[in-house]
Design a protein around this ligand. Structure first.
Ligand code: NAP
Length: 289
């Protein structure tokens, strides 16, 4: 039997519909409209498209967007000055700095300058530390979306044998920590892992984030497994494919997420969710004063 599809598009629409209701309720109750500062430096067309999509998604659910576009020649000091300004702006509850940044700017310095309470992307070391501790405030958007997708299958996470392929800070590592906190037994794989296919075959739930087109083949997947494909790779004919060989693996897995239409839309939905929750916390704080 072919695998069930984990439809990231449909799932993200359901999340967005709920966010729109919650944002309207927050505005009616407190006068606070959730706000996101979107900061884009340079002319990278893909980054422009990502930011445009995120802005459209924000506006559709009633999140105010402060759009900051800076030239590729922007200095690190000028960008830090802008971050300082949006950190102090009470209308802003989430800050998105679109990566990559031009080479004269140290991305880590910039991400560290974002106030942890406004770090809607969840990349600040404080928020990473809270995640390690098991008390996260902001969870990074892509990993949070991956968890929601796994939860949507109804296949429980607790006690399952879980393999994450990829160990970087953006996806692999935070996904593994989030699964661990949900009581999965987690193995993290990377480029030095020996006999990767054998480790992957142990997985009842397999998350792949390596950036290699169709790398995970059917012989690496356990019968009936839940497979979440985070990879986004452009092929020579201009198509987008994941890190998983969808055609073959979907005949063996129990559940599989497609690319496109899988993790991508969920990442955007989680950015909206993080911004809304930040605004809700700000409203609580004001009430307490
Ligand atoms: P990355 O920084 O390039 O990291 C790749 C990871 O995969 C590393 O940990 C690397 O191991 C591991 N790896 C590479 N080749 C491997 C191999 N042959 N066997 C086992 N492990 C291998 O990538 P990333 O930022 O985590 O992103 C991964 C993919 O997800 C990319 O395609 C990216 O475009 C996509 N992505 C999608 C979204 C979305 O919203 N849909 C968001 C973020 C990222 P080492 O650590 O040993 O080098």
């Amino acid at each position: 039997m072919p695998a069930h599809i984990i439809d990231g598009k449909a799932l993200s629409q359901a999340v967005r519909d709920q966010i729109a209701k919650d944002a309207a309720a927050l505005l009616a109750r407190t006068g606070i409209k959730p706000g996101l500062a979107a900061i884009l430096v340079g002319d990278d067309p893909a980054s422009h498209l990502y930011v445009k999509n995120k802005q459209k998604a924000c506006e559709a659910v009633g999140i105010y967007v402060a759009d900051h576009r800076l030239p590729a020649s922007t200095s690190q000091d000028d960008l830090l000055a802008l971050i300082d300004k949006v950190n102090r702006d009470p209308r802003i509850h989430g800050i998105l700095v679109q990566l990559p940044l031009p080479k004269q700017i140290d991305s880590q310095v910039i991400l560290n300058a974002v106030l942890p309470e406004k770090d809607a992307d969840g990349f600040h070391p404080y928020n990473m530390g809270r995640l390690v501790e098991g008390t996260p405030i902001f969870e990074a958007c892509t990993p949070r979306g991956v968890i929601k997708m796994i939860e949507s299958t109804g296949v429980g996470i607790a006690g399952r044998r879980e393999v994450v392929v990829g160990r970087r800070n953006i996806v692999g590592k935070p996904v593994a920590l989030m699964l661990l906190h949900r009581h999965a037994t987690v193995t993290i794989c990377h480029s030095k892992t020996k006999d990767l296919p054998a480790v992957c075959r142990e997985a009842e739930i397999l998350v792949v984030a390596i950036g290699k087109p169709r790398f995970v083949t059917a012989d690496m997947v356990r019968e009936g497994a839940v497979v979440v494909d985070v990879g986004v790779n452009r092929t020579e004919d201009g198509k987008f494919v994941g890190d998983v060989d969808f055609e073959a693996v979907s005949r063996k897995a129990g559940w599989i997420s497609p690319v496109p239409g899988g993790v991508g839309p969920m990442t955007i939905a989680m950015l909206l969710q993080n911004t809304l929750e930040s605004a809700q916390r700000a409203a609580e704080k004001m009430k307490g004063r």
